[in-house]
Design a protein. Sequence first.
Length: 343
Amino acid sequence: MEYIRILGELIANPLLDFLMAFVGMLIVSLLMMLLQLAFFKLFKLKLQYIELFGFKFSKPEQGKWEYRGHRNKFGFEAAFNLDLKACAGMDNKKMVSYEYGFILTSTISCLIISVIICTVCWINAFRISPWFAASVVFLTGFWTLMFGCGRLIVALISIAKTSSKKTLGGYASQAYGMLRSGIPYERMDLRPVRELNFRNVWDAEKITYFPIYFAYLDANGKYDLMPEAVAGIESILKPGNTSKPYLIVYFYLVFYYSYHYIVPSKAKEYYHRAGDAIARDKDSDGMCLKGFYELNCFGNVEKAKECAAAAVAKIEDYPSAVEKEYWRNNIAKLNNAINNFRG
């Protein structure tokens, strides 16, 4: 009973409880980032970027770390992609196992460390005075454990969603798997979300599915289905979100409004929503997109030509033969648009 009384005193301040929740979230986000940076090469991934309180830094395969802008965000984050060069010759099932292995290893390790931090904090909280200091230590351990558990729960739900054949997340995962395995868009048979009839579809699943579905429509000339897909994704976008999945969606929306259905105001809106992510993109797809953007939104023919030339120069950097061919065709469309541009 004495411990229950002391525990009640330790958590009796709601404001302190709220503030220490932020401290716990910060500790866990830092732990996750450090663990992911320790493990990612073991699971054949490559680092895309890291964020420190919204300050983004990325490092090209050949080059130095670059500052990529800032957004309002609390904590730490790192983003990774499968290294297709390191995965050359693997089937998609094995590549997916590396992704899931990375997620589970990092989150379980984070939970284990969270339990250790919590145990140490709780043991010492009952030995510290005054009560305020004891409360800080106790709540640090409590919220670190809570967010460590939360990370694992979210990871398990995410894996369940993307591995199930009965969810849009699983359907999207299969589509990306076909792409990584070298199956061309022409041999895929992707459907609009409304035809799939999945139950309880999350917006996050729609965000993940949109880029590959859009590219599928584009590669197969199914342009009449694009307006429906674009309208559907625009209806769920949340202003100010610049997470990686959103940035990819913005990329394709700029492409759509710069080439397929030219609306300069909309293209500029999504270009700027992406911050400097598109502006700094030097890959073949990014340069091709900027070529369409410069040509059809600003009438800048010379800049479009420069972008097209840069896109051609970088096309062989693609590890995926399917994406390489897709963007080679788009570069040809860009050059054709340049040659026929009338202002």
